[in-house]
Design a protein around this ligand. Structure first.
Ligand code: PHE
Length: 345
């Protein structure tokens, strides 16, 4: 009899909970008070035959400790919970803080990087202060090429006798492509976003720094058709599936053949309007097949490998997507302008 009662209480202890001081007190009265269940067991103990007294006595003491410990444990829990509930969070701001927005150039950069990431391009970065080799020489710029001129390039260190020892602020992110070709073997498939600098007067249409994204793909058997298809996919992802592209012959020292790419004007859909100067097209990027001399300069065998490269200005794309008329807006940090780029979701 007594044995069964002890077992029953043991089972109850395992399920015991109390979420308030009142509930806890009720438990204490039910089990541990003078008229409680444990006291009742000690009454029953008087009837236990003498030969079982020793064992039963032990069990009784065990169950009493078990119940007492459990109730104490619940009391501690209740107290710490109450303390936490009353605690004042002194780090909470008095006035709710407004969430900022991403800079429009970051929004567009991410969008572009995501499109190329889906095609297997990985991200590469490099320094903004560069040597002549990575910005010009390795990219097939002749020693007297006008892009090396003071009018275009900011010099950190200029060497009168030997231009190849100049240190410059990079004027394009093609320098990252050179760094990648130096350290990795083909296949190479990278996209390099970054800030670039050119010595231009600051106006609504030009700035002394802006942001580029360049892409490079080198492998066996890469052709101009691959380049065209990737750029078509990119343009349609960015501007919509009706977008058409056209490639016009152009010139860059590091690509041969080279081209500039236009997309159908997003305002008039290609019919012609004042925005696209009634041509129906707007220019968005430069591209071409990597010149074999550039591959060789980085130790890549141009008889085995070929590749394409392309480069675009993030400001230009952002202007086209959001019709921003003045480039200076991007670097003035005027919150009235930045607030217009609220996330859509
Ligand atoms: N680097 C060129 C520029 O700054 C863009 C470009 C990149 C052109 C790759 C062709 C290939 O204008």
């Amino acid at each position: 009899m007594l044995q069964e009662k002890i077992e029953a209480i043991k089972a109850q202890v395992a399920e015991m909970t109390a979420d308030s001081a009142e509930a806890l007190e009720a438990l204490r009265i039910r089990y541990l008070s003078k008229k409680g269940e444990i006291a009742a067991l000690f009454n029953d103990f008087k009837l236990v035959p003498p030969e079982q007294k020793r064992e039963m006595g032990q069990r009784l003491n065990e169950i009493k400790t078990l119940v007492t410990d459990r109730i104490n444990q619940l009391r501690e829990q209740c107290q710490t919970e109450a303390k936490q509930a009353n605690r004042v969070d002194i780090t909470r701001p008095a006035v709710p803080q407004a969430l900022g927005t991403r800079h429009p150039l970051s929004v567009v950069r991410k969008e572009i990087v995501d499109i190329f990431a889906r095609l297997g391009f990985t991200l590469a970065e490099g320094p903004e202060v560069e040597d002549d080799w990575h910005v010009f020489s390795a990219l097939n710029f002749a020693a007297d090429h006008p892009a090396r001129d003071m009018q275009d390039t900011f010099f950190v260190e200029q060497n009168e006798q030997d231009v190849t020892r100049n240190i410059v602020l990079r004027s394009h992110t093609s320098s990252v492509q050179v760094r990648t070709m130096d350290h990795h073997k083909p296949p190479i498939r990278i996209i390099c976003p970054g800030r670039v600098y050119r010595n231009e007067a600051i106006t609504a249409r030009a700035h002394c720094f802006f942001h580029q994204i360049e892409g490079l793909y080198i492998d066996k058997g890469v052709t101009f058709a691959d380049l065209r298809q990737v750029l078509l996919y990119f343009a349609q992802q960015l501007f919509g599936s009706d977008t058409k592209i056209r490639l016009r012959p152009s010139y860059f020292p590091f690509t041969e053949p080279s081209a500039e790419m236009d997309v159908t004007c997003m305002l008039c859909g290609g019919k012609g309007c004042s925005f696209c100067k009634h041509t129906g097209w707007v220019e968005i990027l430069g591209c071409g097949m990597v010149d074999p001399a550039v591959l060789e300069a980085s130790g890549i065998d141009s008889t085995v490998y070929s590749g394409y490269a392309f480069g675009l200005g993030i400001e230009r794309i952002t202007n086209l997507k959001y019709m921003v008329k003045d480039l200076r807006m991007f670097s003035e940090n005027d919150v009235r302008f930045l607030d217009e780029f609220q996330p859509v979701h």
